[in-house]
Design a protein around this ligand. Structure first.
Ligand code: SAM
Length: 261
């Protein structure tokens, strides 16, 4: 499966994804994953940044709030339309463009930093996206991204529960085979039943790489790995959304910051 086909799936998902996430049902992102990502972000005030695979712009706006001059791209036009409408209503100086992260419409050394929140593992060619991020960064610029944790986001993945029905472990398999574009139906787990009837499940082509392949892609592009994080939800987040206790059982996400030599 190639970029264009992946883009068509995301274009189909974009309307429901935007509406449901704006209603607050992307709980992992809002309460845990994005706060953890931002907690390890260097100071970006006054820097030129690029957000790759920005979706409807939630995280791009967070970066703009921190004082960066942001540009953001996504492959799905509907996401960019929603992000741009929000920018027009409440201008933060963000420039949004429809583009694949694998062929960025920017010159070499255009940005001080780049981010990719939960998008690289959804791309058919993350190797090209990493090379492009490297190309558009100025020397010593950094690239920080989050992905589903490669060790637990595997083709076979099944929770193991105790007698009370609480998760106690995760069964995984197929780690070395990977998914190679297998399409899975999925929706934010906290979406209430009455809304599930109105919104179709997202159809997501999945591409999984082993942990070593991710690291070797970065090393092969000459990025220097600077910081690695496997976040767990803080107490306050678990109080608001008890299912986030899962994040203390197994790693859900992997955050990496690397720097251009
Ligand atoms: C899980 S969503 C994350 C969206 C957003 N970054 C967030 O955290 O809310 C993955 C995003 O990657 C985008 N995407 C997939 N393939 C892409 C590509 N080749 N280039 C740019 N964006 C892509 C999708 O359209 C989608 O918006």
């Amino acid at each position: 499966m190639y970029d264009k086909e992946v883009g068509r799936y995301w274009e189909e998902n974009a309307e429901a994804w935007t509406k449901l996430s704006r209603m607050g049902y992307d709980v992992y992102r809002d309460l845990f994953n994005t706060p953890a990502f931002l907690s390890i972000l260097p100071d970006i005030k006054g820097l030129r940044g690029l957000d790759i695979g920005c979706g409807e712009g939630y995280n791009t706006r967070k970066l703009a709030e921190l004082g960066a001059e942001m540009t953001a791209v996504d492959i799905a036009p509907t996401f960019i339309r929603y992000a741009s409408e929000t920018e027009n209503e409440n201008p933060m100086g963000i420039r949004y463009l429809v583009s694949s992260g694998t062929k960025l419409p920017f010159g070499d050394e255009s940005f001080d930093f780049a981010t990719a929140f939960m998008s690289l593992m959804d791309m058919a060619s993350p190797d090209l996206a990493i090379e492009e991020a490297y190309r558009v960064l100025k020397p010593a610029g950094f690239f920080q991204f989050s992905i589903c944790h490669p060790c637990t986001d595997t083709p076979h993945r099944k929770w193991v529960d105790n007698e009370e029905g609480n998760h106690i472990a995760l069964e995984i398999g197929g780690y070395f085979e990977g998914c190679k574009g297998r399409v899975e139906a999925w929706i934010f787990s906290q979406t209430p039943p009455e809304l599930r009837a109105n919104y179709k499940e997202f159809l997501m082509p999945r591409f999984t790489l082993t942990l070593s392949k991710w690291f070797n892609l970065l090393i092969g592009s000459s990025f220097v790995i600077e910081y690695v994080q496997e976040p767990t939800a803080p107490d306050e987040a678990i109080q608001k959304a008890p299912h986030l206790a899962d994040t203390r059982l197994i790693p859900h996400f992997l955050h990496i910051r690397c720097r251009k030599r």
